[in-house]
Structure formats: C-alpha cells, structure tokens
Design a protein. Structure first.
Lengths: 140, 138
C-alpha cells in the first residue's frame, strides 16, 4: 500500500492542478493554493506538463498565467489510443497462436495420424484482420 | 478483447509472457536497441525493457496483483515516475475463452479535465475502451 500511495500522490497533485486549470487560466500561486505541496513543486509539475505540451503559459504583466493546451492533449490522446490498440493487437495474435498450438497438441494426442490444421503466423494475422474488418462492417 | 485461452493462460501470457508478444520495435524506449522485456509478477514488481547494451528502461511498477483477474500498474515508459499514469487490465471468464479489458485511467482523468477535448474525442475513446468488450459480447 505504501507503494501505491507513493505513486499515487504525485499523480493526484497533477490531477488537481488539471481540475483547477479546467476552470480557467490561472497563476502559479493560485495553482499552489489548491494542492498541499510547495510552490516550487507545483512549478516543477507545470514545467513537466509544459514540456509535454499539456499546458501553455502566457505572460500577463508580472505574472505567468497557465492554461490547458488543447492541441497537446489531443495529440497525447491520439498517441495513447494507437499505442494500446497496437499492443493489444499483438497480444491477440500471440494468444491465438498459443490457443492453436494447444488445440493442435490435443488433436495430435487424440489421433497420432490425424491431419493437423496448420496455420502460419502470417496467415493467422491475415485471418484476424479479416475478422476485425467484418466486425467493423457489422458495427456500422 | 476476447482470446480463446483459459483465463489463467491469458493472464500469464499478458504478464509473464510479455516478451512473447509485446511489439518492442515500435513500443519501447530503445526501439531497435530493445532486446526483451519483463513483467515481474508481484506488487512492486517492475515492468521494464532490456536493451542490447544491457541498459534497462523501466516502464512501470505493479500496483495491484490479483492473478488471474486483475493487474494494475503505473505507466511511465521513457518518463519520470512522477508523471506516471495507471493502467488496469482485467480478465474475465467467458464461454470459449477469456475477455480482456484495458483501462489507461490517468489519461481518462486528463480527458475529463479538458471537457472540450473529451467531447471531441468521445467517439475515438469509445473505440479503444469499448470496442473489444462489444466485440466479445456480440
């Protein structure tokens, strides 16, 4: 649980900073007032968020005013979507491959002479893609 | 996402067997330098890649370990741990296999914070979070 807390705490701070920024642009001192951490710590979070293009900063007189950066948020969202979609696709292929190996082993054990259903990994990928395309047609 | 494996095998392949399927070339810190990756199966366990020169890059840490139904990990590949988001993967038993559901929850919060963006991308997000579930339930 210590471990969870350790990782959760900085994230909760960032989340609260985001919630404050959603209400509208504001200064570092206003942001610092919403979280139980020091202003330098808040500045560091903001620097990281700015480097990631998730917030932007404008100078208004003496103050630096922070606001959310919609462009960066959209880019990140696109990236995350594509990232997991690709990774899970690879998992699906491997799982199908493992499942087929298990089925083949079972069939072979049941009948030593029986014909095995051979499928190469590339034809498996092709079949899964076709299934997915069919599913998408169905969804529309 | 539905897979035709018993729930235990699906969970094991996702975690212990990550090096069998993770697309390292495109989904790693080292890209073509990345050689393999590991998923340590315990709370506090590391998820990391090992590069050809022996260097390691940590992707995250296991926060919740409940085989074969749930694993939650922090996620910060190529970034500092304090910018970590969280990913929860749940497995459930369905006829003929197991159903996998993945939620990248830190991002969800960012999305909710930026309400306008959230609305714009609602359709795309549904695709990622809901597609696999709808596929298996249809």
């Amino acid at each position: 649980l210590d471990f969870v807390a350790k990782f959760d705490r900085p994230w909760r701070t960032v989340r609260r900073l985001f919630e404050r920024l959603r209400e509208g642009p504001c200064s570092v001192s206003e942001l610092a007032a919403t979280v139980p951490v020091s202003q330098p710590a808040v500045s560091q979070h903001l620097r990281v968020l700015k480097e990631a293009h998730l917030v932007k900063v404008e100078k208004q007189g003496q103050q630096r005013i922070y606001s959310l950066n919609p462009t960066g948020l959209a880019e990140l969202r696109h990236y995350v979507e594509a990232f997991w979609e690709d990774a899970l696709r690879a998992f699906e292929v491997e799982a199908a491959w493992v499942a087929q190996g298990a089925a083949n082993a079972q069939a072979e054990a049941a009948s030593r002479k029986g014909p095995r259903t051979e499928e190469t990994k590339s034809s498996l990928v092709k079949r899964l893609s076709e299934d997915q395309a069919k599913q998408e047609d169905h969804d529309e | 996402l539905k897979v035709e494996l018993p729930i235990e095998a699906a969970f094991r392949l996702f975690t212990d067997g990550i090096n069998r399927w993770w697309p390292l070339l495109t989904h790693s810190v080292g890209e073509e330098q990345a050689e393999t990756c590991y998923f340590e199966g315990w709370v506090g366990g590391r998820i990391y890649e090992v590069m050809k020169d022996g260097n390691q890059a940590e992707w995250g840490r296991v926060l919740v370990w409940e085989p074969p139904v749930r694993v939650t990990f922090s996620w910060h590949p190529g970034r500092e741990a304090q910018t970590a988001q969280q990913v929860t993967v749940t497995f459930s038993e369905v006829p003929g296999g197991a159903l996998l559901d993945l939620v990248h929850s830190g991002w969800e919060t960012l999305g909710e914070s930026a309400q306008a963006i959230w609305e714009n991308y609602q359709t795309g997000w549904d695709f990622v979070l809901g597609k696999y579930a709808s596929q298996a339930s249809s």
